[in-house]
Design a protein around this ligand. Sequence first.
Ligand SMILES: Nc1ncnc2c1ncn2[C@@H]1O[C@H](COP(=O)(O)OP(=O)(O)OP(=O)(O)O)[C@@H](O)[C@H]1O
Ligand SMILES: [Zn+2]
Length: 684
Amino acid sequence: MSTTTSASKTAPVRLPETTNHNDHDDHTETETTHAHGGLLGKHAELIFSLLCGALLGIGFGLSYLELVPSTVSLVLYIAAYFFGGFYTAREAVQTIAKGKFEIDFLMLVAAAGAGILGSWAEGALLLFLFSLGHALEHFAMERAKKSIAALSELAPRTAFRKENGSTREVPITDLIPGDVIVIKPNTKISADGIVVKGNSSVNQAPITGESMPVDKKAVDDPEIAVDKAASLDAAYKVFAGTINGNELLEVKVTKAANDSTLSRLIKLVNETQSQKSPTQLFTDRFEKYFVPAVILIVTLLCFAFLVIDEPFSKSFYRAMSVLVAASPCALAISTPSAVLSGVARAARAGVLIKGGGPLEDLGALEVLAFDKTGTLTEGRPKLTKIIPLAGMTENELLKIVVAVESLSDHPLAKAISKGGRERLKNESIPAAHDMEAVLGKGIKAALGADDIYMGNMALFKSLDHAQPDDDIAAQVTTSEKEGNTTMLVRRNQEYIGIIAVMDTPRAEAKQALAELKAAGIRRMAMLTGDNEEVAKAVAAEVGVTDVYAGLLPEQKVAVIQQLTKDESKIAMVGDGVNDAPAMAKSTVGIAMGAAGSDVALETADIALMGDKLSLLPFAIGLSRKARKIIRQNLVISLGVVAILIPLTILGIASIGPAVIAHEGSTLVVVFNALRLLAYKWGQK
Ligand SMILES: Nc1ncnc2c1ncn2[C@@H]1O[C@H](COP(=O)(O)OP(=O)(O)OP(=O)(O)O)[C@@H](O)[C@H]1O
Ligand SMILES: [Zn+2]
């Protein structure tokens, strides 16, 4: 059906149920479609509500001035009922189908009751106020959702694929890893991939929040295998949804459309909306007891005319007023609206928060733990020392080292083999094999008939024979004191060299940690597998308070458990590669999610997409603001209910004021939550 298709392109619009229509109600069906997606667009709900108000006003005016017979007013009121009750009835049908009775249903009962008792004008007023409140509420929530939905509109729908020398436009869903696509200047990139031709600067803001364009260049070998992407430098990779600069690029697709970083991001953000925060769990539990209690009271009040001297209609009205007053609508929406706005605001800055849980927790904690390599430091260490021993030459040593480290994906290994190759120029490097990583200690491999070991002192202490002599140990200690991550190389039983590398702290680390301290973060711990001397040097430079060095991955987990016990809530910030277990054990796991790092996106509760530590103070500030708004919302929604219930029971407030207070508090709560969308770092 064409109207439905056109509606589905404007994503945020709620579509009518098209699955269960029968032939005989074709008329209503067309009408629904028009009302929502077609003629009146997404404002249909508001327009219907205003129509209801207008009809009610005219009807009331005419009958008040006694200009027309009362049947005319009656017809106008009934029409007002239709427009005011249309969406309420539809929502009531949907919730009842799910086995739940909500306020929509109660409103209809009240309005129907009013009609039966002949108070049409009052019933129409009820429906008008109720539908107006809800239309505004939906409108406000839509604004928050739109910030998120905008993400999914980032990806282009087609791509220009190279096929036997020419290019053809294909839907992105047809792309498979290995395809080469052409990205025209100043257009959106349609898939995750490796640049194989051209260089350009790319605006990655849609994914990372970083507005400065990033330079991208082609890899040396255009035949590069797709699965090499994970180990490539970011300068060679592009992401779906980012925007190409002024040059033409050719990109080898590495991920299918529904698997791209962008689409996973969208999936995660959408999941967010179904994950409940601690406050939400509390309000849910509260409602579980509150709603049945209200129903009981209301039923009793319906029969109040039996006890006190009043007509049934009065008792019934009083009961309906209590129903409206006691419906916890504002309470139900108070937290979800804040979570939605907070998550949307964060996403726009390049911080992915997976749900209300982490959003609320982050603002409550005063202790942060950081991984060192790749989090506080660049994670791209440079070769600083090559000390051959046992009569080796520097080149002989380097060849062995590069041969062995080429087999490993560890950031240290990559740095060493890169630096080594640069020094060796074009000399050929032998092939090592049978590599074994010794977690947190080093690496072992075979080269020809020799066994090569490379790693820290702990590695060699764990081997029971041929410990390094005092002279070698002293050289290692000196190098470490200078801040070098230092490794020994052993061939069979003989120590043949010392290799050292140094990593530089991230440029923004010092500033970010200072801001965190100013924001009241008491303890900042550094957890690292590196040796203590190096750890202390980095800690002093960036402003970390507690240093835990020489840790194996499982010891990192133990430290986190200890800190969690001492502090009750703690966040662990890591690069998501080998810190995943520690991140999982902390209250909030935060990943430096260099766009595209799978582990970061999936294991962490929060990912800093731009890889920027400077987003951390922002995220904490936003989270605190969200907590504050949630608290305010709870007070407003519970407060209004608490005041209104006695007033309606005693008959002081009738149904009109009850509806106004009810809908008013719901709107106040939602608009209060929307303030989060405009949050700026530094705001209280
Ligand atoms: N491939 C390797 N080659 C040589 N030494 C290694 C290798 N892998 C690990 N090591 C040694 O083990 C130590 C600990 O490694 P681990 O991976 O646990 O932590 P890291 O990457 O140095 O630091 P962080 O824990 O901060 O991420 C390293 O500092 C290094 O001395
Ligand atoms: Zn409501």
